[in-house]
Write a protein that binds this ligand. Structure first.
Ligand SMILES: CC(C)(COP(=O)(O)OP(=O)(O)OC[C@H]1O[C@@H](n2cnc3c(N)ncnc32)[C@H](O)[C@@H]1OP(=O)(O)O)[C@@H](O)C(=O)NCCC(=O)NCCS
Length: 193
């Protein structure tokens, strides 16, 4: 049922390409911006990004078809999207589930790009990868991320608290989880887009 290799995907504006070593410089640019990293941790130096990049590629190998996609608009890098297998026991079983994520360069925010890419990953996950549920997590105070989840038809599930060694401002309000199930996606407009 699951596709064997991560697919290249397209939306109206975005080409979504599986993350590869040649994209490292883009990730370095992204993670160096304190505004991009505001709800994720301190901005990262090149070596830290290289380690994160290796982890991302490893995540892509865990479940065939899932992974990171790098997005290009008119040939220019805009950010990345992810469908990742659950990493913690409280996220439920690995089979049939993936966690959605996204991170865009600041100059591309508020143009509908994060939601456009996310809709395509959800479509791909439900129609080509056999997923039954896509979920997403973010800090409760990350308004932009929550609005993007809601914009693509995901629903609030729960607020939960994790213990962080170095909590970011707003961590006391916890993390939120949103979800969309395959049934709900099929029943909604998502299936016809
Ligand atoms: C979260 C992020 C990817 C959103 O990207 P984006 O391309 O600006 O999002 P979109 O333009 O697709 O907007 C999607 C929806 O969210 C809303 N939105 C986006 N940013 C918002 C903000 N700062 N405040 C309120 N609403 C916001 C949009 O209005 C839109 O809603 P609508 O469809 O009802 O009009 C971007 O802000 C980002 O990269 N942030 C830093 C990384 C990050 O925090 N990632 C998530 C970590 S879990």
């Amino acid at each position: 049922m699951a596709a064997m290799a991560q697919a290249t995907l397209r939306t109206e504006r975005i080409e979504l390409v599986p993350l590869a070593d040649e994209h490292l410089a883009y990730e370095v640019e992204l993670d160096a911006d304190p505004e991009v990293m505001r709800y994720l941790g301190p901005p990262r130096c090149g070596d830290e990004v290289r380690r994160a990049h290796e982890l991302r590629l490893a995540a892509a190998r865990q479940v065939p078809g899932l992974g990171f996609w790098v997005g290009f608009v008119d040939g220019g890098f805009v950010g990345w999207w992810i469908l990742e297998p659950p990493q913690r026991p409280d996220q439920g079983p690995v089979a049939g589930q993936a966690e959605l994520g996204y991170r865009l360069l600041r100059r591309y925010w508020r143009r509908g790009l994060a939601s456009e890419g996310a809709r395509e990953l959800i479509r791909h996950g439900f129609t080509e990868l056999g997923l039954r549920r896509v979920f997403a997590e973010t800090m409760a105070v990350n308004v932009a991320s929550r609005a993007t989840m809601a914009a693509v038809g995901m629903r609030y599930v729960r607020t939960f608290h994790q213990s962080w060694p170095d909590p970011l401002p707003g961590a006391e309000q916890g993390e939120v989880e949103y979800e969309i199930t395959r049934e709900r996606w099929l029943a909604g407009s998502g299936a016809t887009r």
